[in-house]
Design a protein around this ligand. Structure first.
Ligand code: ATP
Length: 195
């Protein structure tokens, strides 16, 4: 079994996340990709959106697509979300599986400061998502201090959407049509999020 793990704040989840997830399944030949919304990310400012709402939106993002699973493991554990603990738990759930940890190129520089980076590299193959630009920008260099063997660089399509932009558009009363699936937009509307 080849299991991918895609963590994030998902505040809110958007089409960039979905397309990257789909690219990863295809390019890595994954049996499943597990999306793991963080409870609280140690290196990121605290999210104001309740974890349960982010979890509900990630579930809506993937719908009933059998390629994906949504795992509330970090939200149920609560506290700071340490990736090493999540990998240990998922490794125990799929004994013998090869785990691929998807990490955006934007968060790569902070990787050496994560909790137990060397252990993370033992538990999973690090997959660095590079947003392949139309200009064919080269893959970023792995930062010095990155323990373990060479990470895999995964070129993914360039989708210029971020949660920050979706939140800003909602706060300004602008449409988010096309930025998130309708099912996610419905949840944002009915729960009155990001106003
Ligand atoms: P924010 O704007 O709040 O920082 P975000 O849109 O980057 O959020 P996160 O939940 O932080 O979303 O992202 C989780 C993971 O998804 C990260 O590894 C990030 O690099 C990746 N990611 C986010 N948006 C995109 C996108 N448009 N294309 C490819 N990868 C993305």
């Amino acid at each position: 079994m080849r299991i991918g793990i895609f963590g994030g704040t998902f505040d809110p989840p958007h089409l960039g996340h979905l397309l990257v997830a789909s690219d990863a399944v295809e390019q890595l030949g994954l049996d499943r990709l597990v999306l793991v919304p963080a409870a609280a990310q140690p290196l990121k400012a605290r999210s104001g959106t309740p974890a349960e709402a982010r979890l509900a939106m990630v579930r809506r993002l993937v719908g009933d697509d059998p390629r994906f699973l949504v795992d509330p493991i970090e939200i149920e554990r609560g506290g700071l979300s340490f990736t090493v603990e999540t990998l240990q738990a998922l490794g125990a759930r799929w004994p013998g599986a090869t785990l691929y940890l998807l990490v955006g190129a934007d968060v790569l520089p902070s990787f050496p400061r994560w909790h137990e980076p060397a252990r993370i590299r033992q538990l999973a193959t690090l997959v660095i998502l590079t947003r392949a630009g139309a200009d064919g920008a080269a893959a970023p260099a792995a930062p010095p201090g990155l323990p373990g063997g060479a990470p895999v660089f995964l070129p993914t399509r360039r989708v210029d959407v971020s949660s920050t932009e979706v939140r800003a558009r909602l706060a300004a009363g602008r449409s988010i049509r096309g930025f998130v699936p309708e099912s996610v937009a419905d949840h944002i509307r009915s729960a009155g999020l990001y106003r």
